[in-house]
Ligand binder design. Sequence first.
Ligand code: NAD
Length: 330
Amino acid sequence: MAAKKVLVTGAGGFIGHHLVKRLKKEGYWVRGVDLKYPEYEPSAADEFEILDLRRWDNCLQATRGIEEMYGLAADMGGMGFISKFHAQILHNNILINTHSLEAARINGIRRYLFSSSACIYPEFKQTDVHSPALKEEDAYPAQPQDAYGWEKLVTERLCMHYREQFGIETHVVRFHNMFGPLGKWEGGREKAPAALSRKVAVAKLKGEKSIEIWGDGEQTRTFCYVDDCVEGVRRLMDSDFHGPVNLGQDRLVSINELTDMIMKIAGVKLEKKHVPGALGVRGRNSDNTLVRKMLGWEPKVTLEEGLARTYTWIEGLVKARLAEGKPIDS
Ligand code: NAD
């Protein structure tokens, strides 16, 4: 029997690249699409096309001959990025997702998975470091903090309506801070685990005594390792459950605690200098009742283990960069 043909958009990015590897291991025929190739190792995809999915013609090209599609392409980044470039993010992501979904319909794609985000949850439910874990129904009444979250919420609804009106099997997953090796670690779009790993590695290798932390560091989040993310995504795509569903760790840690864990892995003790920076909501946790019930999913990789793998990868890159004498973000 011929292998099932799947499309991963955003396949040059962090989660998309890991997902392509997993799909290939499972025997799928995979087309990857992105504005760029993966930065740190070649893609495992059978076919990789450089396309701009804001463009309708490019979306039609990307979706030809495909049975199942994972929509991961987005103009996104960490808090520093998504709290700043609202117009760009809203404009680009609306075009990417609206054109992708319609092209998928026109080309007869049967199953479509959309990567939404914990950023869709209302700001007013996340004002305390110990805010209650967010259940899926907490999304409404809606008040996401940033344009990034508003677009994700509207596209969730677009997926629901396409399923109702056109019968395309859409699945919606809400990621809560995924991390791991082969993700962005510098340049302004990286997220907290990668940014902190880089800062600790730079300070360690340069013999510096302190690193900068945005805000008081008491803001809380959960962090989920990328292998667990990919496992959840695969389970959702193969299920008859449409979501939206949370996918993330439910172990809450503060940014200060996360930093201490990374320093322990690195074998250094550095002073944390608290400086102004983009913070996002005060506290956010994932209620995993629904994902456990519907997909039998639990995160398997502990935060310590995931951070150790991530830190080791980033320290290697920092070491290589310093040896070349090239500049590096501190
Ligand atoms: P990423 O930035 O590493 O990957 C996204 C990819 O989309 C990038 O490679 C980018 O080049 C590509 N892209 C952007 N604009 C494009 C365009 N016009 N045409 C084609 N490709 C384009 O991000 P990621 O962490 O891998 O996230 C994947 C998806 O999951 C995104 O939709 C993101 O919003 C969502 N998400 C991620 C997290 C997380 O913690 N990583 C959390 C919530 C939601």
